[in-house]
Design a binder for this molecule. Structure first.
Ligand code: AMP
Length: 290
C-alpha cells in the first residue's frame, strides 16, 4: 500500500489509473477504522481496482462545541489494517493540504440540512458535502462507498453527485454491528463500560419496532412510541430524535410505505450515537434491514 499525503500526488496517481482503464474506488473515512469501515473497503475491492481509502478528520463538519480535538486518531493502527486488506492507496492529507489559506468555497445540498442530523448539528452537512466533493474531484472514482450507518449523509451525498453530474456512483453498504447489536462507530471508544451497556438501547428500540412491524403495525407514531419507551427505560440514554422518514425524500411519514428509514440519534452519557433501520415493502411484505 502506498500512503499519499498531497493532493497533487493523489490526483496524479488517480489520473494514471484512469488512463490505464482501471476502475478506481474511493472509501472516504475519518479513520479510527473498525469493521464497519473495513466492510466498505471489501465492498469496494469487489467492484474496483485500485481502491483508495481516505483518512481525514474533516474540521469543517464539526461544530464549535463538538469533539474535533478529541476525535480518535490512530493512523499507524489504521495503516496496518489497510495493509492487511491489501488496499492500494491510503490518502491521508493534512488539513492545510485540503483547506489551504484563502479557501472559501463550500457546497450545500439545500432542504435537508435543517432536518434530523442537520437540525442538531448546524453546518455539519455543508462540511461533509464540501469535503466529499473535494475527495471525489481529487480521485475521480468510478464508485464511492458509504455506510448506511450515516443514512442521511449517504442520501445527501447521492443527491450532490446527481445534481452536479459527478461520474462517481455512490454505493451504500449495510450497517456492521457488534455481537450485541450496537452499530460500530469510532465514537463508541468514548463510552464508559456502563454507557457501552446502555448503548444497546438503540438496537433494542429498533428491534422492538421491527417486531411490531412483523405483527402488522404500520402507524409511524405508534412505532416511534414503542421505540421511545425502550429508550426511556434506559436511564443513561436520552434521545435527540426518533423519526420515520421516506428513504428517498426524507419527509416524515404517517404510515409505513414503499421504502422508509427509521432514524435515531441518542445521547448516551456524553456521546451522541446514531442508528437506523431500513424498511422496504415488497409484494405487500415489509422487509426490515437493521
Ligand atoms: P466515518 O469514519 O465515521 O466518517 O465513516 C466513514 C464511512 O464509514 C461512512 O460512510 C460511514 O457511514 C461508514 N460507517 C461507519 N460506521 C459504519 C458501520 N458500523 N457499518 C457500515 N458503515 C459504517
Amino acid at each position: 500500500m502506498e500512503t499519499i499525503h498531497t493532493v497533487e500526488w493523489m490526483k496524479q496517481v488517480a489520473r494514471q489509473a484512469r488512463a490505464e482503464g482501471r476502475i478506481l474506488g474511493l472509501v472516504p473515512t475519518m479513520g479510527a477504522l473498525h469493521e464497519g469501515h473495513l466492510s466498505l473497503v471489501r465492498a469496494a475491492q469487489q467492484q474496483c481496482s485500485p481502491v483508495v481509502v481516505s483518512i481525514f478528520v474533516n474540521p469543517k463538519q464539526f461544530g464549535p462545541q463538538e469533539d474535533l480535538e478529541k476525535y480518535p486518531r490512530q493512523m499507524e493502527a489504521d495503516r496496518a489494517r489497510l495493509e492487511e486488506l491489501k488496499v492500494d492507496y491510503l490518502f491521508a492529507p493534512v488539513a492545510a493540504e485540503v483547506y489551504p489559506p484563502g479557501f472559501r468555497t463550500h457546497v450545500e445540498v439545500e432542504g435537508w440540512s435543517g432536518q434530523l442530523e442537520g437540525r442538531s448539528r448546524p453546518g455539519h452537512f455543508r462540511g461533509v458535502t464540501t469535503v466529499v466533493l473535494k475527495l471525489l474531484e481529487i480521485t475521480q472514482p468510478r464508485f464511492a462507498h458509504f455506510g448506511r450507518k450515516d443514512a442521511q449523509q449517504a442520501r445527501i451525498v447521492r443527491q450532490m453527485a446527481a445534481d452536479l453530474n459527478l461520474d462517481a456512483e455512490i454505493v451504500v453498504c449495510p450497517i456492521v454491528r457488534e455481537p450485541d447489536g450496537v452499530a460500530m462507530s469510532s465514537r463508541n471508544a468514548y463510552l464508559k463500560p456502563d454507557e457501552r451497556r446502555a448503548a444497546t438501547a438503540l438496537h433494542r428500540a429498533l428491534d422492538a419496532a421491527r417486531r411490531e412491524i412483523a405483527a402488522g403495525e404500520r402507524d409511524a407514531a405508534r412505532l416511534v412510541a414503542v421505540m421511545r419507551q425502550v429508550l426511556g427505560a434506559e436511564p443513561l440514554a436520552s434521545p435527540d430524535y426518533v423519526e420515520i422518514v421516506d428513504a428517498e425524500s426524507f419527509e416524515p411519514v404517517l404510515r409505513l410505505r414503499k421504502s422508509c428509514l427509521v432514524l435515531m440519534a441518542v445521547h448516551v452519557g456524553g456521546t451522541r450515537l446514531l442508528d437506523n433501520m431500513l424498511i422496504e415493502e415488497r409484494d405487500g411484505e415489509f422487509l426490515v434491514s437493521l
